[in-house]
Design a protein around this ligand. Structure first.
Ligand SMILES: Cc1cc2nc3c(=O)[nH]c(=O)nc-3n(C[C@H](O)[C@H](O)[C@H](O)COP(=O)(O)OP(=O)(O)OC[C@H]3O[C@@H](n4cnc5c(N)ncnc54)[C@H](O)[C@@H]3O)c2cc1C
Length: 290
């Protein structure tokens, strides 16, 4: 199939192109996933005819913080997020997650929009965004719609985005200034490693020392991003101690097996999911454990 390439400079232009070519076009942002997929011997999709390069659309590059809402344009790169003063201030675990992506080269090319739309279960931005209850704005010539991040995914590498739609931005309400957070990732190497497991924890402790809010979102162990309600319920209303944190962490391992079933890797992955969650919760609470 012949490949054609177009580089719109405005969102409106991109929407027109995608509308006209919705049956045979594909958006390209940093291309760090698209190129790998296209080179693979077993492509995950049919080869597209028209590549729509959106890197020239400056309207999609912004980080705004207004009225308590953080909005991040889809073309913002992992490097931008890792260096953003706003993100460091309101959600430092999200900055940590983006800093853990690939290598400096990948972080400089790879965008938050591409990481979300690619929908890899191991994508590093997804656990913190899930813990933050982030939402997405999708736009097309037909209009715009907002969806919760968790409702965006249909399965590994599958989303509800329509061929004529562009992910414009991801947004979330800034957590309470008193909240604490942590992101931990386990890979095969220290750098350039896709997550074997990751965990994002966002926790609020009230004046009496009890946990008043908790969001626990693991990565690379479920087909789609999700918060683990039983783990959160095991924390809320309790003063965090070893028993409370252990039982919450256990729930993450249990949920992984409930959703994904017992696999060859479960013997290793289940205890590691529990241990990583335990560390993430303690780290969020300001305690470093081995
Ligand atoms: C060597 C290497 C190491 C990596 N390491 C990691 C890692 O550690 N952690 C991690 O999470 N990922 C990693 N990745 C994956 C990749 O870099 C990220 O997923 C990156 O964020 C993808 O962004 P992109 O801009 O390159 O997306 P692209 O490759 O351009 O696009 C990815 C998908 O998203 C779609 N898309 C992109 N932007 C939009 C938009 N605005 N609207 C609609 N659709 C859109 C594209 O059509 C495509 O389907 C790695 C990749 C490589 C090659």
């Amino acid at each position: 199939m012949t490949l054609r390439f177009i580089r719109p400079e405005t969102v409106r232009e991109a929407m027109e192109v995608l509308h006209e070519h919705k049956d045979n076009s594909k958006i390209v942002a940093g291309a760090t996933d698209v190129m790998v997929q296209r080179r693979s011997e077993k492509p995950v999709e049919e080869k597209p005819l028209l590549l729509v390069d959106i890197t020239g659309i400056s309207e999609l590059s912004y980080v705004n913080f207004q009225n308590g809402i953080v909005r991040i344009g889809a073309m913002i790169t992992h490097r931008d997020i890792a260096r953003s003063a706003v993100i460091h201030d309101v959600a430092p675990f999200f900055a940590d997650a983006c800093l853990s992506v690939g290598s400096p080269q990948i972080r400089t090319r790879g965008t938050i929009g591409g990481n979300i739309v690619n929908a890899s279960p191991a994508a590093d931005s997804l656990p913190p965004l899930t813990a933050l209850s982030a939402r997405l704005r999708l736009i097309s010539r037909r209009g715009s719609r907002d969806v919760a991040l968790c409702d965006f995914f249909k399965g590994p590498y599958k989303t509800i985005i329509e061929p004529d739609e562009i992910l414009k931005e991801v947004y979330f309400r800034a957590p309470e200034p008193s909240s604490r957070c942590a992101f931990l990732k386990l890979g095969r190497r220290e750098s350039l490693a896709i997550a074997r497991l990751s965990v994002a924890a966002l926790i609020d402790v009230d004046d009496s020392g009890k946990i008043s809010k908790a969001a626990i979102a693991p990565g690379a162990c479920l087909p789609m991003p999700a918060r683990i309600a039983p783990a959160e319920e095991a924390l809320v209303g309790k003063i965090p101690d070893e028993e409370v944190v252990n039982s919450a962490s256990q729930e993450v391992g249990e949920e992984m097996v409930r959703v994904s079933g017992v696999r060859w890797s479960t013997e290793y992955k289940k205890p590691v999911a529990c241990a990583l969650t335990k560390r993430a919760i303690w780290k969020a609470l300001g305690v470093d454990v081995d």
